[in-house]
Design a protein. Structure first.
Length: 389
């Protein structure tokens, strides 16, 4: 198959990298994968081919009026880009703007249209005009992939037919992501962190909806002069977090989004902390930390139920409480054997859930099933190969 995917976003968060991981996994099954994006560097070092396209910002409360004014031009721009890629078998779209735009394309360019949903449907798309537009656009997509059960439930609750919505986990080349002693030493050396110093780390988009402020406050509350904090990511909340971390002095380290260096960054941690937003799918930051054999502590349950389990990490209660998080972290910092044991368990869980070949085969089978239509589904093999058409 030739698979063309459209994803434009000003962010470089978990969903963006998860989308590229999915295309990479499908490429590993022998399919040609092309990403139309405004951030071609997302595919650096991958087998995915990138083509630049500008479709404006993500659809949001602040951008919908501007996008609405340029909607006809954006539709034509997308159509022209897809004409240059034709012929192809599958069109994958990931975010709400592209989902709505794709529904306006000629049937030929929609090809086999599939949506990937990386988190619960936003509130704006669950009621009123937003919901009507979302459900109408979904009728053009015979296949919707939801990254988690909660994501699937929100899609169906918005009005999308449950028969078209399937839970498919993130696809990860797990052998590429594991603990690296060399990466640990390099990251710590670059930032003046002694190899023996305890490090609490977090990989996150630095947005105010992500409660990374709770993490900073908890590390300050530990009142330990040996503990270092690493926050790796970018976003508008960075300067607020830096100000909050002043009490830590040179023990607070802010790194850019790790990209392909994610395994090295996570290896530098002793404990990983995840601070979810109110709407999380399957957080890639947690999965990468687990693959690096790091125990992961979440400040709330959103997105990690069924992923972080006792004996491989912890979910703090009450949620987003800095004092409760500090108490949980003390237990890990004072017990190296616990960190090692739970880190190994975390790695085993992530390996079982997210191995790319199995996930890619599942997606491939769903694509062929959707292309065959309802009348042909009972005659399809479990994991067919070859072209959709």
């Amino acid at each position: 198959m030739k698979i063309v995917s459209v994803m434009t976003s000003e962010a470089r968060g978990g969903a963006e990298y998860a989308a590229v991981d999915m295309l990479e996994a499908l490429g590993g099954r022998g399919h040609d994968t092309v990403l139309l994006t405004d951030q071609p560097s997302l595919v650096d070092g991958r087998r995915v081919l990138a083509r630049r396209i500008d479709l404006g910002p993500k659809l949001s409360r602040s951008s919908y009026r501007t996008l609405g004014l340029h909607w006809p031009q954006l539709t034509l721009r997308l159509r022209s880009a897809l004409e240059r890629e034709w012929p192809y078998d599958v069109l994958f779209v990931h975010f709400k703007k592209e989902q709505l735009l794709a529904s306006l394309l000629p049937a030929r360019l929609r090809a086999e249209l599939a949506w990937a949903e990386w988190g619960p449907v936003p509130l704006e798309m669950r009621h009123g005009p937003g919901r009507l537009a979302y459900v109408a656009a979904s009728r053009r997509a015979p296949l919707v992939l939801a990254v988690s059960e909660r994501t699937r439930d929100s899609i169906c609750a918005a009005g999308v037919s449950a028969a078209r919505v399937h839970i498919v986990p993130i696809a990860i080349e797990i052998d590429h992501y594991r603990f690296s002693e060399q990466g640990r030493a390099r990251i710590r050396g670059e930032h003046g962190i002694p190899l023996g110093a305890p490090v609490i780390g977090c990989v996150s988009r630095l947005h105010h909806k992500k409660r990374n402020d709770v993490l900073v406050d908890a590390v300050v509350a530990l009142a330990r002069s040996d503990v270092h904090l690493i926050i790796a990511g970018e976003g508008e909340a960075e300067w607020d977090l830096r100000d909050r971390a002043r009490a830590l002095g040179d023990r607070a380290h802010f790194l850019p989004t790790p990209g392909n260096d994610i395994a090295g960054v996570c290896s530098a941690f002793d404990v990983a902390v995840f601070c979810p937003s109110p709407a999380e799918g399957a957080p890639l930051a947690v999965i990468h930390s687990m693959l690096a054999s790091r125990p992961c502590v979440a400040t709330a349950a959103e997105g990690v139920v069924g992923l972080i389990s006792p004996g491989a990490g912890a979910i703090v209660s009450p949620e987003n409480d800095a004092a409760a998080l500090a108490d949980e972290l003390r237990g890990y910092l004072d017990d190296p054997a616990r960190r090692e044991q739970e880190g190994s368990a975390a790695r085993r869980i992530a390996e079982r859930l997210y191995a790319a070949p199995a996930v890619a085969a599942q997606i491939e089978s769903l694509l062929v099933t959707a292309a065959a239509g309802p009348g042909e589904r009972s005659r399809l093999p479990a994991a067919p190969l070859g072209r959709v058409r």
